[in-house]
Ligand binder design. Structure first.
Ligand code: 5GP
Length: 193
């Protein structure tokens, strides 16, 4: 499952709430951005320098990759995703829209969900309230978010199967639960003939 949505929209909380039920396997991305104090190498991300990231690209080690905020590289290592899929697990890719488009091109059967804030104003306020970033970083993330929302909700887009508005966490969790359950039922139905 691909899950996208602006920083601060609540993707991580949504996924955590359904983790026990669906036994998600998380894809650990690689990035060239700096590690924050709370993040752990190999758990939250693989933190790579730019030459190493570019080498991984040339070695074909990424399922998808993108240059984000005009600044940092982010990418999904291919092999762990394939291993978990082969083991029959639902793999969660928390990636932005350019990466999501690439995954859909390679894996048309993947399931894409885009999480939306109740409004752009509310998202802006959430980014300020969580006190994680400096003001210029907040503005950059907000600008990025507006662009992503425009792409993800454009008429005729093929990247996302569903949009979930995170206006209320319980309601949004139930909606994602229902979408995933329906999807799994359909797969089980078609596998059974
Ligand atoms: P953050 O720096 O807040 O952890 O992530 C910034 C953005 O990069 C988020 O929108 C997140 O979904 C996206 N991202 C994280 N990992 C990947 C990845 O492997 N590939 C792509 N394309 N985007 C990613």
């Amino acid at each position: 499952m691909i899950i996208s949505g602006p920083s601060g929209v609540g993707k991580t909380t949504l996924i955590e709430r359904l983790h026990d039920k669906f036994d998600f396997a998380f894809s650990v991305s690689a990035t060239t951005r700096a590690r924050t104090e709370k993040e752990r190498e190999g758990v939250d991300y693989f933190f790579l320098d730019e030459p190493t990231f570019k080498r991984w690209i040339s070695e074909g080690r990424f399922l998808e990759y993108a240059h984000v905020f005009d600044k940092y590289w982010y990418g999904t290592p291919r092999q762990p995703v394939q291993e978990q899929l082969d083991a029959g697990r639902i793999v969660v890719l928390d990636i932005e829209v350019q990466g999501a488009e690439q995954v859909r091109a390679h894996m048309p059967d993947s399931f894409g969900v885009f999480v939306l804030p109740p409004s752009e104003e509310e998202l802006h306020q959430r980014l300020i309230d969580r006190k994680r970033d400096a003001p210029e970083v907040i503005e950059r993330r907000f600008a990025q978010a507006r662009e992503e929302i425009a792409i993800a909700t454009a008429a005729g887009q093929h990247t996302y199967d569903a949009h979930i508005v995170n206006d209320d966490l319980d309601r949004a969790t139930q909606e994602l639960d229902r979408l995933l359950t329906e999807r799994l039922d359909r797969i089980a139905g078609s596998a059974g003939g």
